[in-house]
Design a protein around this ligand. Structure first.
Ligand SMILES: [Zn+2]
Length: 180
C-alpha cells in the first residue's frame, strides 16, 4: 500500500486502540512511525548514493515510483542493500524475532511495534505476484501472496474512500478516547 495510506490506517488503528486501552501519545506516534519505516528504511542506500555517490534526485524519484519492469539502474551494492532492507522491513519472521527481543528487553516498545505488524499484514494482501509480492517469509523465501495490487485506480479509490469514512467516524466519536 502507499505510504500515506499506511500512515493513515496506522493512526486510525492507534485511535481505536486508544479507546480500548490507555495508551500514550508517544505510543500513538510510535505506531505511526513504525508503520512508515518499512517503506522508508530501504530508501537510505539510494539516498546515500545520491548524496555521496553518482546518483541523482531523478534516480531517487524513479526508484520511489518504480514499477516491476521499469526500475532505475542502481549500483550493485545499492541494489542489494535496498533489496534486503525492503525484505527485512516486510518480513513477519524478522518482525517476530524483533518482537521477542523487545518483549524480553523493552516491553514499552511493544505497542509501537504494532505499527510494523500492521504494515506487514496490509502489504501481504495489497501486493500481487506481478506487483512486488510482499516477502513476508524472508529470509526463508521471497515468495509472496497474490493479493490485489494497491496501485490499481479502483483499489486506490476504494482505499481512500474507506479511510475517509473511517476518519469521519473517528472524528464524530472522538470523545471516547481513554486518557492514560
Ligand atoms: Zn511496504
Amino acid at each position: 500500500m502507499d505510504i500515506l495510506a499506511h500512515g493513515m490506517w496506522a493512526a486510525a488503528g492507534a485511535e481505536v486502540l486508544g479507546r480500548k486501552v490507555a495508551i500514550t501519545r508517544y505510543d500513538t506516534l510510535g505506531i505511526v512511525i513504525f508503520a512508515l519505516l518499512p517503506d522508508l528504511v530501504h530508501l537510505l542506500p539510494v539516498i546515500g548514493w545520491v548524496a555521496f555517490g553518482g546518483g541523482t534526485m531523478r534516480d531517487l524519484y524513479e526508484y520511489v515510483v518504480a514499477t516491476p519492469a521499469a526500475e532505475p539502474v542502481l549500483p550493485p551494492i545499492v541494489k542489494e542493500l535496498t533489496h534486503h532492507l525492503h525484505c527485512i522491513g516486510h518480513s513477519a519472521i524478522v518482525a517476530g524475532a524483533v518482537t521477542l527481543v523487545v518483549w524480553r528487553m523493552r516491553r514499552n516498545w511493544l505497542i509501537p511495534l504494532l505499527g510494523w505488524w500492521l504494515h506487514i499484514v496490509i502489504d501481504v494482501f495489497t501486493h500481487s505476484l506481478d506487483y512486488y509480492p510482499s516477502p513476508v517469509l524472508y529470509p526463508i523465501t521471497y515468495r509472496g501472496f497474490d493479493g490485489v495490487a494497491w496501485n490499481t485506480p479502483t483499489f486506490m479509490a476504494l482505499n481512500y474512500a474507506f479511510l475517509a469514512a473511517t476518519w469521519i467516524w473517528l472524528w464524530r466519536t472522538r470523545s471516547r478516547r481513554i486518557v492514560p
